[in-house]
Ligand binder design. Structure first.
Ligand code: C2E
Ligand code: MG
Ligand code: MG
Ligand code: MG
Length: 279
């Protein structure tokens, strides 16, 4: 009996494995053709200057319109894309599309805002990454100071010497660098003094419960002080309530981004949002 049962258990387990595996294979196959089928699109989330209360930038966030699954969030396919070597072409598309969009807003609306672009560690570590950025800037005609590359701490850790060189080359062009999800990576603070970065983005996990959690308050105020003492810009992610805005204001956070102000929007909705904000 035990033996039989053991066998059943094994079968169920193996069927689940098979389903998960074949689903992954399917997604992989669909992801491989997603670019040529034009299934990716970008949403833009406003970033607000807390002094002026104006939109100072947007963060470009990729989505995938999968024919069967509908809209797939980046956390569901970016890791897979990284694994199967698709992050470079997808990342190239994001970089080009975001720069093109922001350049269009400059031309058509006279709106001069920065664009934050998420760069995966694999992309950043490619020897030709800087020349790709140069090429996109040339092709789109967007001035480099409007481009803000968002890299995570882990992304900067992997090979320090190459990484430092890449950052200096980007800086020499005038491109901005942000540390995304600051405070959640496995890195020491020592890289902060060596790396030429512009902005710390406080991870939303520290912001979410800011009003109730005194530990989060300690962490957020310390990150703001750290940034300012190092002459860095600091932005809070995941701002969802007025109380959090007030807290960040009191502690002189420079910028904020979150659902309270706006969700990530498609270009058309972003333009309507601008009109509504009279900006
Ligand atoms: P991230 O760069 O930290 O982006 C912020 C995420 O927080 C976005 O999720 C955004 O929609 C969400 N968010 C913004 N405000 C709020 C808020 O008030 N509350 C809550 N709960 N969430 C908020 P999204 O778009 O699903 O992106 C998730 C992650 O996927 C990004 O985290 C980034 O790491 C990655 N990602 C997105 N687009 C790209 C891309 O083009 N390339 C790469 N390599 N990664 C990307
Ligand atoms: Mg980001
Ligand atoms: Mg983040
Ligand atoms: Mg994140």
């Amino acid at each position: 009996y035990a033996k039989e049962r053991g066998k059943d258990t094994y079968q169920i387990f193996s069927e689940n494995m098979n389903t998960a595996y074949s689903e992954r294979l399917k997604m992989e196959a669909q992801l491989r053709i997603a670019l040529e089928k034009n299934q990716f699109f970008l949403h833009y989330q406003p970033q607000i200057d807390m002094k002026t209360n104006k939109i100072i930038g947007v963060e470009a966030l990729v989505r995938w319109n999968n024919p069967e699954l509908g809209i797939v969030a980046p956390n569901e396919f970016i890791p897979l894309a990284e694994e199967i070597g698709l992050i470079d072409p997808i990342g190239d598309w994001v970089l080009k599309t975001a720069c093109q969009q922001v350049k269009n807003w400059q031309k058509e609306l006279g709106l001069y805002i920065r664009v934050g672009i998420n760069i995966s560690p694999k992309q950043f570590q490619r020897p030709d990454f800087v020349s790709k950025v140069e090429r996109v800037l040339q092709e789109t005609g967007l001035a480099p100071n409007y481009v803000d590359l968002e890299i995570t701490e882990n992304g900067l850790m992997q090979n320090s010497a190459d990484c430092l060189q890449t950052l200096y080359r980007l800086k020499s062009h005038g491109v901005k660098i942000s540390i995304d999800d600051f405070g959640t990576g496995y890195s020491s603070l020592s890289y902060l003094k060596r790396f030429p970065i512009d902005t710390l983005k406080i991870d939303q996990s520290f912001v979410r419960d800011l009003i109730e959690d005194t530990n989060d308050q300690a962490i957020v105020t310390s990150i703001i002080s750290l940034a300012h003492n190092m002459k860095l810009n600091v932005i809070a992610e995941g701002v969802e309530t007025v109380e959090i805005v007030n807290f960040l204001n009191r502690h002189k956070c420079d910028e904020m981004q979150g659902y309270l102000y706006s969700k990530p929007l498609n270009p058309h909705d972003f333009e309507s949002f601008l009109k509504k904000m009279k900006q």
